[in-house]
Ligand binder design. Structure first.
Ligand SMILES: Cc1cc2nc3c(=O)[nH]c(=O)nc-3n(C[C@H](O)[C@H](O)[C@H](O)COP(=O)(O)OP(=O)(O)OC[C@H]3O[C@@H](n4cnc5c(N)ncnc54)[C@H](O)[C@@H]3O)c2cc1C
Length: 695
């Protein structure tokens, strides 16, 4: 049965104390869920969760296992997932877009339950095979199939001990030996050891390794990809010439065996070089083999963006989980009240608390929509590139624009999730600090998303570079449409707060007002960054320094503003679709306003610095719109949280169960935690020695 014909699997929620707020919402949370999350994705996720709930290996843990046991558990989970066959065979006869969206949805469901396991699969199966498709050829299909079918555990080895972001400076070498038709892999010293490589520490048997290619004529051909056997897949013993190990305990994600590896004159066959773009002949000559440029471009897009989109999907779920925990707790937790001895009120009633947590609830909704939409364009583009190699120029423009979108959106989503977790932890007070509240696990496991697959600060620069190129070009090349506003730069920069408010009929609480503010902000940041670069050029400052000195308050803010603008636009367009019921529109518009005003509030200094507004009216208008919208959301917040919440066992938070029985649930956890009421086994060691003598 096609996914869309299957009945909606969203289960009802139990009745309980949360119903007091739940009933105040003027819409169905299930209907809202199907706007905020695609119905097919919901079905796939619930299907996976139902299967996992029956599996003892996936039952939530109540305490932190020793590091080695975490690795053992994650590795066994990876194996079990393969046995469960969560990906139905029929998806492999469907088109690329459908198939990959299906697999991405499975990944989202897995990540919400066991992040370490899902990253291990994403690295070893998804990213490895994607990179192989992009860079390899027919001769690597046996390895591709073995990785896809989980017969071998694989990894991607790019980062070295002393180089991460600047991969071009990696120093591992692959030198061709025409006599034996082999590459000799060498690691010059520990600083050039491959490092942080997921799946490499204990389990990986094959690495896709990036090394500098040297041919026997002494020429350096830069970084190339090679398939490098690491361990015997049947014994997991390393091969001679390979020094491989686990890097040790990390802050989180300890189920992943991140490893280091060094090579000492280690030989691999010539065919192990990934030769889609270039190859070394048996005699030792390097030949570039650029055929079908459109397909190569699509494949490169696929290999570099898929991982980042996966991280954004996972992070938007993590952000949702944090917001759900904070909102449900805020509805149930009561402190203080207007009368001295009268009833106390929920902390959600306090404006300060609303202002702290509702923007994250709104961000979760908006970013879910934008990540979904960005993934859609990406999948459609890769699918098109696979079908025909025509239209290379347009495809290359789309690829550049998508790269800019991904490079700015991955930082936005991961940073927002990071901040949401911390704010939610504090918003849940002491109980938020309980392990069983799950905010600590969320924090530790989410944290590296800001670093891997491109450090956020470095990645964001690629988006601002692309925008600056559009700003300077005679013609804006923005087939996705995200930079078309640049064509109206003069009118936009000629505008200001007063003019924009007048144009929107004196109303600031509108999408039109928010969009106009953003377009002004981006144009101003573009102009001032470009001017700063121009002045530096005139002063004779070298371009490297000039570019680096134009990041703070300029290019970095530009990249952030661009991703927020894109997210808000995606959400607005989603809300305008026909399938959105009338009674959902007020809450959706409220969510949009909160996120928009909250983001603009954070850019206020730039608006004033650029002369967009003078005096307090602009700041007052933004802030009172934000506070007004937060007050409006209060009665709907629990229903919005229900709409983005996973099942209780997946959320795994004792303070945010959907039954709302906060204190019963906390009592259960506190009173049943192992040894809670037993005397400590070490009690004798701590009683005063004098007393001990009497015992
Ligand atoms: C859990 C985890 C799993 C990983 N898995 C893998 C894996 O499977 N395979 C793999 O190859 N790698 C992996 N990595 C490594 C990861 O890809 C790198 O850590 C990442 O690319 C960042 O590189 P780096 O650590 O060298 O940071 P650096 O590049 O050294 O950055 C350090 C700081 O310097 C700043 N900085 C750097 N350059 C600039 C600049 N031009 N301007 C301003 N600031 C700058 C950055 O913003 C950052 O804050 C993993 C890392 C983690 C944490």
């Amino acid at each position: 049965m096609p996914e869309e014909d299957k009945p909606c699997p969203i289960p009802d929620l139990p009745r309980g104390p949360l119903c007091e707020y739940r009933q105040r919402a003027k819409f169905s949370w299930k209907a809202l869920k199907q706007v905020l999350e695609d119905p097919n994705v919901i079905r796939i996720r619930y299907d996976v969760w139902q299967k996992l709930e029956r599996e003892p290996l996936f039952a939530p843990l109540t305490s932190t296992l020793p590091v080695d046991q975490q690795k053992e558990r994650a590795a066994k989970q990876v194996k079990r997932i393969a046995e469960l066959k969560l990906d139905p065979q029929e998806i492999y006869s469907m088109d690329y877009k459908y198939r990959v969206r299906y697999l991405m949805s499975i990944n989202e469901a897995l990540h919400a339950v066991c992040p370490s396991m899902s990253v291990k699969i994403a690295l070893g199966v998804g990213l490895f095979t994607n990179a192989l498709l992009a860079m390899g050829s027919e001769r690597h299909s046996a390895i591709y199939n073995a990785a896809w079918n989980r017969e071998i555990i694989t990894c991607l080895a790019i980062t070295e001990v002393s180089h991460g972001s600047n991969t071009k400076r990696c120093r591992t070498t692959a030198t061709y030996d025409p006599k034996t038709q082999e590459f000799i892999i060498n690691t010059p010293d520990f600083e050039a050891a491959k490092c942080w490589v997921g799946n490499l520490g204990k389990t990986g048997s094959m690495a896709l390794l990036f090394a500098i290619l040297h041919t026997s004529d002494g020429q350096n051909h830069g970084l190339q990809g090679f398939l490098v056997p690491i361990r015997d897949p049947t014994t997991l013993q390393p091969y001679p010439g390979v020094i491989v190990g686990d890097i040790g305990e990390k802050i989180g994600l300890n189920g992943i065996d991140n490893g280091f590896v060094m090579f000492n004159n280690y030989r691999i066959p010539r065919e192990n070089m990934l030769n889609r773009a270039g190859d070394v002949t048996p005699e030792g000559t390097y030949e570039s083999t650029f055929t079908e440029p459109g397909k190569i471009l699509g494949a490169v897009l696929e290999s570099f963006s898929a991982g980042r989109l996966g991280i954004m999907q996972e992070s938007s779920n993590t952000l949702s989980h944090a917001a759900v925990i904070a909102v449900r707790y805020a509805a149930l937790r009561k402190q203080f009240g207007p009368e001295k001895d009268g009833p106390e009120q929920s902390i959600m009633e306090y404006q300060l608390h609303q202002w702290r947590i509702f923007p994250y609830l709104a961000a979760a909704c908006v970013l879910k929509a934008s990540v979904f939409s960005l993934t859609d364009i990406y999948l459609a583009t890769v699918q098109k590139s696979q079908k025909d190699s025509n239209g290379f120029e347009l495809l290359s423009q789309i690829v550049s624009e998508l790269h800019a979108l991904v490079s700015s959106s991955k930082p936005l989503v991961t940073w927002t999730a990071r901040d949401a977790i911390q704010e939610s932890r504090e918003a849940c007070g002491g109980h938020g600090y309980l392990r069983a509240a799950n905010l600590g696990e969320l924090r530790n496991n989410h944290d590296p998303s800001c670093t891997y697959e491109g450090d956020n600060n470095v990645l964001g620069q690629q988006a601002s570079n692309w925008l600056l190129r559009q700003w300077k070009a005679a013609k804006v090349e923005s087939p996705v449409g995200t930079a078309n506003f640049i064509e109206r730069r003069e009118a936009i920069l000629g505008s200001n707060f007063d003019a924009i408010v007048r144009a929107s009929g004196g109303v600031v609480e509108s999408a039109e007002f928010i969009t106009n503010c953003y377009e002004w902000l981006m144009c101003w940041l573009l102009r001032s960054t470009a001017e700063q670069l121009q002045h530096a050029d005139k002063d004779g400052t070298d371009r490297f320094k000039a570019r680096n000195d134009s990041q703070v308050y300029r290019a970095r803010d530009l990249s952030r503003a661009y991703s927020e603008y894109y997210a808000l636009e995606c959400f607005r367009k989603r809300c305008l679709r026909e399938d959105v019921a009338e009674n959902l529109k007020p809450v959706l518009s409220n969510v949009y306003l909160i996120y928009g005003m909250w983001c603009i509030d954070r850019h206020l200094a730039t608006f004033y610095a650029g002369g967009f507004a003078v005096g307090p009216r602009f700041a007052d208008a933004i802030r009172s719109a934000l506070l007004g919208a937060c007050g409006q959301l209060k009665d709907s917040a629990v229903a919005v949280a229900d709409a983005i919440a996973p099942p209780d066992w997946v959320l795994n938070s004792v303070i945010a169960k959907s039954d709302g029985r906060l204190y019963e649930n906390i009592q259960n956890v506190m009173m049943t935690n192992p040894g809670a009421m037993e005397r400590a086994s070490w009690w004798k060691d701590i009683v005063p020695s004098k007393m001990k003598a009497k015992l």
